[in-house]
Design a protein around this ligand. Sequence first.
Ligand code: F6P
Length: 368
Amino acid sequence: MGSIKRIAINTGGGDAPGLNAVIRAAVLAAANRGWEAYGIRDGFNGIFFPERYPEGGVFRLTRDRVRGIAHLGGTVLGTTNQGNPLQYPLKMPDGTVKQVDRTGEILETFAKKQIDALISIGGDGSLTIAHALAKQGLKVVCVPKTIDNDLDKTFTTFGFDTAVSFATECLDRLHTTAESHQRIMVVEMMGRYAGWIALHSGISGGAHAILLPELPFDLDKVVEKIRQRERVGRVYSLIVVAEGARVIDGQRAVLAPAEVGKAERLGGIGEQVARALSERTGKDTRTVVLGHLVRGGSPTSFDRLAALRFGAAAVRALDEGHSNVMVSLAFPNVQYVPLEEVAGRMKAVPLDCDTLITGRDMGICFGD
Ligand code: F6P
């Protein structure tokens, strides 16, 4: 204890509502201990490309800099989901791309600027990078961020509640237009390989079928559900499809394959399902892709509070001498979890969770 004077904070991966609240709480908690806080721009790009930033790639975060930001979406630090420092893609003179480890540059910058610790706010990729930095001797505490809620060992990640709330509101709005036109409305939702957003919003928003990555589906079951509704006079249906869902024995819909330093981009399953349902039922069908809309906007009060608690807890963890841990939510309190227990592990929707069973009890079709 007592060895910290300066910390740096960065945000990595896709943005999520609540990032700014974490930053604010961490900066205030640090300032109240007499520590200085610094922000690193765009993941670690502020360190790799300082020349890009007139104000400096690593810059001072004072109380003033974080005033009035807790309710804002996005991140004042900027973020990136490309250029993992562990496998940084460098273009060679012959045009080929080589992956290099740039973590040494991060450690050098911390030493040069006499920064004692890093608070890394991010998803799975950031946890893996932070774990590698910690193994090289850097003090690191992570804060779990992702709208997808697919990080293990935390009840929830901040950003998820905001995404689910917005998606639920969208479903509420789609019911009326779908019913007025007697249509099938297929709504594709983000979440990568986990179906949390689709499941939670689908149940809250009264979807009639929910198709999850965790449960490859049989379209016949969805057609049967639509017909069954029609037999009792319900002439419209709302079908929620997670972007990572796939038909039994089929492939995931991919918009762009993975490249060096870039994950694959999922998308398109909604339209595929809509076309197939239209052909099979003869009904008018429309697709809505919520996409990045669920990542924008102000965090809900749940996410804002979780984010503020996580930011303050990350500073407390450092102050108490912890490193190589992630702060996490284990009701009613936050706790610290070793990074080796979370990095590289995905939290999928358990097929026996009561939320999914609630959907089944209510008659929602899961395509199985
Ligand atoms: O992980 C968050 C997420 O929003 C996923 O749900 C989605 O697949 C992905 O990021 C989209 O990333 P990008 O911003 O690169 O399109």
